[in-house]
Write a protein that binds this ligand. Structure first.
Ligand SMILES: N[C@@H](CCC(=O)N[C@@H](CS)C(=O)NCC(=O)O)C(=O)O
Length: 232
């Protein structure tokens, strides 16, 4: 039978509490989705800081768990068949944790698909587009003279925010009750401030989105999850 110590990642990031879910992450929007979910669900876990440099995320130990070399990833020592299971991709992890606890994924089959479609909208739309916006706007903008990539990601971000703004009209949360879709979407909306991109995407003219992020950040579990694992 597989045990936690059979996972090579545990040699570099050893478990102090091997009975708990092991989280390998950094407090970025993709990383905090999972720490927020673990906090919201009250699941015992141990967070390991994996910085974003190649020496960490592209190391043999880390890629043994996620061959794509990106945080977040988890190992649940108590997987679906009783043995440990490793999972990467934040959307897959959120679905796994919601299924494990039966929480935050809709209480009927129809509600579940409502949540999943908005989760996938984040994974396929907001995440990649906002990530590239951050790259071209904050990190590499001054080095790249061609304005087209920057303009492309600014206009896609504005368009996606328009979709969220309309969906939130008359709603507190994106897919009915508070769900893993909100845990995925709200940290990315919040990251626009970190990218210094709020004005360029028209954030001041998005009252539903602004109230949504404020509502999200007020949740006690979110306050903890947003800084887990600590950056320093
Ligand atoms: N689709 C992946 C994206 C993960 C991702 O982009 N992680 C970033 C941090 S937010 C990362 O690990 N970057 C390090 C690198 O690319 O080398 C997920 O949602 O889990």
């Amino acid at each position: 039978m597989t045990t936690l110590s059979d996972f090579p990642i545990t040699a570099r990031w050893p478990a102090t509490h091997p009975d708990r879910i092991q989280l390998y992450a950094f407090p970025t929007p993709n990383g905090v989705k999972v720490s927020i979910a673990l906090e919201e669900m009250g699941l015992p876990y141990e967070a390991h800081k994996v910085p974003l440099g190649d020496a960490f995320v592209k190391s043999a130990e880390f890629t043994s768990l996620n061959p794509n070399g990106k945080i977040p990833a988890i190992i649940d020592p108590d997987g679906p068949d009783g043995s440990p299971v490793g999972i990467f991709e934040s959307g897959a992890i959120l679905i796994y944790l919601a299924d494990k606890t039966g929480r935050f994924i809709g209480s009927t089959p129809a509600a579940r698909y409502e949540v999943l479609q908005w989760l996938m909208f984040q994974m396929g739309g907001i995440g990649p587009m906002f990530g590239q916006l951050g790259f071209f706007w904050k990190f590499a903008g001054s080095e790249i003279e061609d304005p087209r990539p920057r303009e492309r990601y600014v206009s896609e971000a504005r368009r996606l925010l328009g979709v969220v703004e309309r969906q939130l009209e008359g709603r507190e949360w994106i897919a009915g009750d508070y769900s893993i879709a909100d845990m995925a979407i709200a940290p990315w909306l919040n990251a626009l401030g970190f990218y210094g991109a709020t004005d360029v995407v028209g954030w001041p003219e998005l009252p539903n989105c602004r109230a949504y992020v404020e509502r999200f950040l007020e949740r006690p579990a979110v306050k903890i999850g947003m800084v887990t694992p600590p950056r320093d």
